[in-house]
Write a protein that binds this ligand. Structure first.
Ligand code: UD1
Ligand code: UDP
Length: 365
């Protein structure tokens, strides 16, 4: 079975690594790896291929950055030609980025089967670009592989045929557990002069936070309060870096002596930062999951989450961009009042092997 695995942006690389490994070990599948080029800087793309032992992509569409609609259109146009040339039996997409949706749309128009890993999660917020990508991808995909029971409920509520759904667990956690030793060995703490549990890690890149002056300013005020108590390490996403300048907020950031802004870091370094953080502040999807598995307190700077088990079972709480809420939660952590949480079902490092079983089962039907 010839299958094209699609990646485009940072979180995709972490999800595809264990799937590619499992497919290469198996002689039932003939895997091809396609990179759309949505992310292209070494620190958002190449470094993950190297660290996570992902083979060089067989094809790179090299689309680059532009408006979302143009990016989706460009990926579709180029992927259409690839499908004509390679005639795959199926494609596999992960997550919820523009590349995920664009390639699923092409496959659907060409009657090529598509498989969606991380299907069914919903924030119920259509102003979030990823929510639209999730809805379109899941309504077209032929095999839906959710990470958690809430995602199955969402798919059923949308009228999805139950025969297409197979719970496989969380693929992101396969990478976290597989590379645990390499993560532990990272020397980032000494490079940044950080002590264990003596710092907070922050990431921010959602348009609802960083493309809004009000939201970003409110978050910065909360950060100012927190950095007076504990050092904050902030690997700054390029979208955020651009918006900080555009909104004239650079001086405000530079005035916070205990806020350490650095470039995005590699997977092992970032994993070490999370594992050794006092707590984490983030608007990332994947980091809500990784903190839950690591049992590190996580304050999510969003009003909603498509990963509700990280709140109901894990260490996550939603604060939005409201400075008072962020400070209130931070104070609870400073005062030792936070839940320990537990690891959700099937977030166990065996998801890639369940994905392969589900693909084989669906082929034999
Ligand atoms: C994308 C995904 C988001 C994911 C995030 C992971 C969509 C809709 N969004 O958001 O779901 O959480 O990736 O990090 O697919 N840029 C660079 N170098 C790069 C890539 C981008 O500097 O290699 C800059 C460009 O100025 C670009 C901006 O970052 O305009 C945003 O990139 P884009 O891929 O549109 O979205 P992200 O915010 O990265
Ligand atoms: N990550 C990383 N370096 C960083 C920031 C994040 O390796 O500087 C990893 C993080 O551990 C997680 C993934 O990137 O595995 C999350 O991706 P991101 O936040 O970009 O996307 P999202 O999950 O929000 O879609």
């Amino acid at each position: 079975m010839k299958i094209i695995n699609i990646v485009g942006a940072r979180p995709n690389f972490i999800k595809i690594a264990p799937i590619m490994k499992a497919m290469k070990r198996d002689n039932f599948l003939d895997p091809i790896l396609l990179h759309t080029g949505q992310h292209y800087d070494h620190i958002l793309s190449g470094s993950f291929f190297k660290e996570l032992e992902i083979p060089e992509p067989d094809i790179n569409l090299e689309v680059g950055s532009m408006s979302h609609a143009k990016q989706v259109a460009m990926i579709m146009s180029k992927f259409d030609d690839v499908c004509d040339e390679l005639k795959p039996d199926a494609i596999l997409v992960v997550g919820d980025v523009n590349s995920t949706m664009a390639c699923t749309l092409v496959a659907s128009k060409k009657s090529i089967k598509s498989i969606h890993v991380e299907a069914g999660i919903r924030s119920f917020d259509r102003t979030m670009p990823e929510e639209v990508n999730r809805l379109v991808t899941d309504s077209l995909a032929d095999l839906l592989l959710p990470p958690s029971p809430d995602a199955i409920v969402n798919l059923k509520n949308e009228g999805c045929d139950e025969g297409k759904i197979e719970m496989v667990g969380n693929i992101m956690i396969d990478s976290l557990l597989y590379f645990d030793t390499k993560i532990s060995s990272s020397d980032i703490l000494s490079r940044l002069s950080l002590g264990e549990k003596k710092f907070v890690t922050l990431t921010l890149h959602r348009p609802s936070n960083v493309d809004s002056f009000e939201a970003l300013s409110s978050i910065l005020e909360a950060l100012d309060y927190i950095q007076k108590r504990v050092k904050i390490v902030f690997p700054v996403h390029p979208r955020t870096d651009k918006m900080i300048d555009q909104f004239g907020l650079r001086d405000k950031i530079n005035q916070m002596n205990n806020l350490l802004c650095i470039d995005p870091v590699g997977y092992f370094d970032f994993g070490k930062l999370i594992a050794e953080s006092f707590f984490v502040l983030t608007d990332s999807g994947g980091i809500q999951e990784e903190t839950t598995v690591r049992k590190i307190p996580c304050i999510t700077l969003r009003e909603n989450t498509e990963r509700p088990v990280t709140v109901t079972e894990g260490t996550n709480q939603l604060a939005g961009s409201d400075k008072y809420k962020i400070i209130k939660f931070a104070d609870e952590i400073f005062n030792g009042k936070w839940k320990e949480g537990r690891v959700p079902e099937m977030w166990d490092g065996k998801t890639a092997s369940r994905i392969l079983d589900a693909i084989k089962k669906s082929c034999s039907l």
